[in-house]
Design a binder for this molecule. Structure first.
Ligand code: NDP
Length: 234
């Protein structure tokens, strides 16, 4: 059965791969963008997840187009890396605001419809570094770790209503976010990944596809690493 899906940051990178994958499964898929427009074949709504009014307006548009959101993939995220000694409070809060509070804004808005419909799937895109930590990414790693506690709280609050909240923790994936890393850092990363390569965005999408499915109804509060073995149990 096709579900009403919203993927935040689904205009490019991992989010776009997730959106295309879910659309190929027969779901009705909407994506948020911040002005780039909708990718071909997908329904796009403009929203910055740091702005509650924009989030609310985007949900209203999605609801009018395809009904209440039944599957929310909270994927929008950014980095602003520097060592702790140099990190300003503003840099810390900006990343937390987008990656963690942004997830709260969209999840809270989506929960209404899920509760009414007595079915829902939350999938939060975290990161291996949320669990392992990462030098130069205290803000980003904290935001990604926060998603785990957040999702598990939703699992406890909403688990009796046929609503699940799970986390996917990717390792390093070929996208704009990782393309900008310095070459020596890329080499260092590849040396630490048992798979010896980066992931392709479609490999993250495959994990999301499962967690969003009917069959995953008994999987709740899980953190699924898709990291080529980089985290190994963290
Ligand atoms: P990209 O930089 O390629 O894309 C980021 C997406 O998030 C874009 O769609 C961007 O929109 C959107 N976005 C950023 N900030 C906001 C905001 N405030 N409001 C709405 N949308 C926003 O990143 P990836 O595809 O690589 O990353 C996607 C997710 O996966 C992120 O949460 C990231 O942290 C996570 N991740 C990525 C890994 C990697 O190796 N690439 C590894 C582990 C996790 P816009 O186009 O408007 O900028």
């Amino acid at each position: 059965m096709g579900r009403s899906v919203l993927v935040t940051g689904g205009n490019r990178g991992i989010g776009l791969a997730i959106a295309r994958d879910l659309a190929a499964q027969g779901h009705q898929v909407a994506v948020t963008h911040r002005g780039s427009g909708a990718p071909e074949g997908l329904f796009g709504v403009q929203a910055d997840v740091t702005d509650l009014e924009q989030v609310d307006a985007a949900f209203a548009q999605v609801e009018a187009h395809q009904g209440p959101v039944e599957v929310l993939v909270s994927n929008a995220g950014l980095t602003d890396d520097t060592l702790l000694m140099r990190m300003s409070e503003d840099q810390f809060e900006r990343v937390l605001n987008a990656n963690l509070t942004g997830a709260f804004r969209v999840a809270k808005r989506a929960s209404r419809g899920m509760l009414r419909g007595k079915w829902g799937r939350f999938v939060f895109i975290s990161s291996v570094v949320g669990l392992s930590g990462s030098a130069g990414q205290a803000n980003y790693a904290a935001s990604k770790a926060g998603l785990v506690g957040f999702a598990r709280s939703l699992a406890r609050e909403l688990g009796s209503r046929n609503i699940t909240a799970n986390v996917v923790a990717p390792g390093f994936v070929h996208t704009d976010m990782t393309d900008t890393l310095p070459e020596d850092r890329k080499k260092e990363i590849l040396g630490a990944v048992p798979a010896g390569r980066y992931a392709e965005p479609g490999e993250i999408a495959a994990a999301v596809r499962y967690l969003a499915s009917d069959e995953a109804g008994y999987v709740n509060g899980a953190v699924l690493p898709v990291d080529g073995g980089l985290g190994l149990g963290h």
